[in-house]
Ligand binder design. Structure first.
Ligand code: UD1
Length: 334
């Protein structure tokens, strides 16, 4: 029995495949390389010394997707495929709704046809919108998303709830990621955004390495400890391990829809991130204070206790690990 991983060559997907292979699971990856690199697949093999099946297909292509299900005995699906650039989603909402939502629907329909009923969905803390209070628990209000990317995550969560209610023989796990950063300790796989990065950590590492000139800190007048935005940064390897625990839960449970925050429970400000990065790498990060970025919120961090209690999962890696591994990855690449 295999685990089908859509978007398995991507940032979080590739780290999860590494953990799955380490656990001795059989893995089938599909990816269309729209925001990933074929070399990542070779790196996964190098890290794990294990092999997997791979199909270069788009998950919107039902005929090709069906072939994957015909040729493999799929036990569960982890869905990482999807576009994730917030700014682009504002400019091209239709592209985002088609790819993320129609793609998920094609996948779910194919699963139904083949009687595959275990599904792990890669969601985001973005579904909470602007939090009424922190830390965020899983039953905090969702909705109020500030961009089409976030709305696709929210809509897919709703679709999964309906699927569960109507068929109730499915086992579904929705994982709400906070801010994934870091890279595999080997430095072989990590985050490779195309073009100028939007997210903080990829930007910091590029300033430190001289690829970009200086970091713009978007706002220092938020109601936070030092005025800059506060987020719950989580090491991607910790995040990947959360998926293993989610699959274990689905294997054990008889029918259910479960939602978990995957975060550390600690919020760090942008300035704290810059300082932590400088301290753990010895590199200077030039920055300036810039106006707030549209759609940004002041504070967002998780209450991760539910995942600890029910999955036996908690984030173990430190901020230093996150900074060091992000830096190590970009250095190996350059
Ligand atoms: C964003 C998305 C979220 C997505 C996540 C992926 C929004 C509202 N949220 O989260 O949906 O899942 O990326 O990781 O867009 N910052 C700077 N300068 C920069 C970049 C960022 O000061 O050049 C600041 C931001 O203002 C924010 C913090 O760093 O306070 C983190 O930003 P970022 O890494 O982009 O993540 P989020 O905005 O939290």
């Amino acid at each position: 029995m295999s685990i089908l991983v859509t978007g398995g060559a991507g940032y979080i997907g590739s780290h999860t495949v590494v953990e799955l292979l380490k656990e001795g699971k059989e893995v089938v990856i599909i990816d269309n390389f729209s925001n990933s690199n074929p070399q990542t697949l070779e790196k996964i093999k190098e890290i794990t010394n294990k092999d997997f099946k791979f199909y270069e297909i788009d998950y919107l292509n039902k005929e090709k997707l069906k072939k994957v299900f015909e040729e493999n005995k799929i036990d569960a699906v982890i869905n990482f495929a999807g576009y994730k650039a917030v700014g682009e989603s504002v400019k091209e909402p239709i592209k985002y709704y088609i790819n993320n939502i129609s793609g998920a629907l094609v996948l779910l329909e194919t699963m139904k046809e083949f009687g595959v009923k275990k599904f792990v969905f890669s969601s985001s803390a973005t579904v909470y919108g602007n939090p009424e209070k922190v830390p965020l628990t899983e039953d905090s209000k969702v909705g109020g998303t500030t961009n089409p990317y976030g709305t696709t995550k929210f809509f897919i969560e709703r679709i999964l709830e309906d699927i569960y209610k109507s068929y109730n023989t499915w086992d579904i796990c929705i994982l709400r990621y906070f801010n994934p950063v870091g890279a595999h300790e080997s430095g072989l796989i990590g985050e490779e955004p195309k073009g100028v990065p939007n997210n903080l950590m990829p930007y910091i590492v590029r300033v430190a390495s001289g690829i970009l000139n200086e970091l713009s800190i978007f706002g220092n007048d938020y109601d936070t400890k030092d005025g800059t935005g506060v987020r719950d940064y989580i090491h991607v390897v910790d995040l990947a391990k959360g998926h293993i625990k989610a699959l274990e839960k689905l294997d054990k449970e008889q029918k259910g829809l479960f939602i978990y925050n995957l975060g550390t429970g600690t919020g760090y400000s942008v300035l704290e991130m810059v300082k932590a990065f400088e301290k753990s790498t010895g590199k200077k990060v030039k920055y300036k204070i810039a106006p707030r970025r549209a759609g940004d919120i002041a504070i967002c961090y998780a209450d991760p206790r539910k995942a600890k209690q029910e999955l036996g999962w908690e984030a173990k890696k430190t901020l230093e690990d996150m900074c060091r591994d992000s830096w190590n990855f970009i250095n190996k690449k350059c």
